[in-house]
Ligand binder design. Structure first.
Ligand SMILES: Nc1ncnc2c1ncn2[C@@H]1O[C@H](COP(=O)(O)OP(=O)(O)OP(=O)(O)O)[C@@H](O)[C@H]1O
Length: 240
């Protein structure tokens, strides 16, 4: 369970989150959506304790996030941009991350699923963007934690890898996990998400399932329903 109350965060004068309240009590896939710069990554990093909020309360599994690190053992996190040490080989990075987390896991199935066997002895600097993302996914998904947070997981993936990723996420969902995903690929979100939140101007502007969003916006197409939220907000802002 993840509980967020009154979350505020600004960077200098840039007020990114202006009072976000969110209760994630049930298992399933929640997509965190919003325009570029709306604060999706900031929200995720606040949950992970990587961004310190100015105000607000965040609890994961009942534990306060502030000045705590133990709860992070229960979260597998895929960052949007992974900065890997260039000279390390893929297999060295995998063992390093396992050592850091102090967990014994068998990543061989994931390596096979993403066709990474032939890259295990290659240096990270020599890999293509999509292959790096596959490595990034293995590092995240190998730990089997109850909460998974994926920031733009589909970036750079070819169609086969994308299908494999979707199957893995569905299997993780069936295990009863809480899965948070950010993505700008609306077809991916529509296929995968049980619910969405839409961040706009520092707040959650919509929270619910995709069918409710379509009903609210009177748009049968999900992408258009999302665009409709933005134009609706624009219209509101220009009202006198
Ligand atoms: N460490 C930081 N220092 C200063 N500004 C930051 C920092 N991190 C984020 N920001 C700013 O906060 C705002 C929100 O950024 P964030 O990355 O959370 O947005 P996002 O919704 O994830 O965007 P995108 O869809 O482009 O990934 C942006 O204006 C960004 O420039």
């Amino acid at each position: 369970m993840i509980s967020i109350q009154g979350l505020h965060k600004k960077f200098g004068k840039n007020e990114v989150l202006k009072g976000v309240d969110l209760e994630i009590t049930s298992q399933g896939i929640l997509a965190v959506l919003g325009p570029n710069g709306s604060g999706k990554t900031t929200l995720i990093k606040s949950i992970l304790g990587m961004v310190i909020p100015d105000k607000g309360d965040i609890r994961v599994g009942g534990s306060q996030v502030r000045k705590n690190w133990k709860y992070r053992d229960d979260i597998d996190y895929l960052p949007q941009i992974a900065n890997f040490p260039a000279n390390l080989k893929v297999k060295e990075l995998v063992s390093m991350i396992k050592d850091l987390r102090g967990k014994r896991v068998d990543e061989s199935q994931l390596i096979e699923t993403f066709g990474l066997e032939e890259f295990l002895s290659k240096k990270l600097s020599t890999l293509s963007g999509g292959t790096k993302q596959k490595v990034n996914l293995v590092l995240t998904l190998m730990f089997d934690s109850p909460i998974i947070i994926l920031d733009e997981p589909t970036t750079g993936l070819d169609p086969v890898a994308l299908i494999r990723l979707k199957d893995i996420i569905q299997k993780e969902r069936e295990k009863g996990k809480i899965i948070l995903i950010t993505s700008h690929i609306m077809s991916f979100v529509e296929e995968m998400a049980d619910g969405i939140i839409f961040l706009l101007e520092g707040k959650i502007y919509f929270e619910g399932d995709i069918e409710s969003l379509k009903a609210q916006t009177q748009e049968s197409n999900f992408e258009r329903a999302i665009a409709n939220l933005l134009t609706e907000k624009n219209a509101e802002n220009t009202k006198i």
